[in-house]
Ligand binder design. Structure first.
Ligand SMILES: [Zn+2]
Length: 104
């Protein structure tokens, strides 16, 4: 999907990639799989609501898109752990909640 504004996007059960070759990128794939896990835990729709609300709160707080995006709890969990390819097998249920404490 060349028009995709990001490298990858997890829209359970679909994984959109900007370029096919990104499928070989283990870290990117792991990042998106972490989002899949978060989405399943929150029964999909609530995930998007929380994701968007968290983004809006961050945007008000930081006045900066990139900073608002990177500080979404779901992105924090994904970015901090996507280089650990065994993260998903070690992760506890709702692992993203540990990042809630670090919001403030
Ligand atoms: Zn992400």
């Amino acid at each position: 999907m060349p028009n995709l504004p990001v490298q990858g996007m997890a829209l359970f059960p679909f994984l959109l990639l900007k370029e096919k070759k990104f499928r070989q990128n283990k870290q990117l794939m792991n990042h998106e799989l972490i989002h899949f896990r978060q989405q399943i835990e929150l029964l999909i729709i609530p995930f998007y609501i929380l994701y968007f609300l968290n983004y809006l709160i961050n945007l008000i707080r930081y006045h900066n898109h990139m900073k608002a995006y990177r500080n979404i709890v779901f992105e924090k969990e994904a970015y901090e752990n996507d280089s650990n390819l065994s993260y998903l097998s070690e992760r506890s249920f709702a692992g993203w909640t540990t990042y809630l404490r670090r919001i403030t």
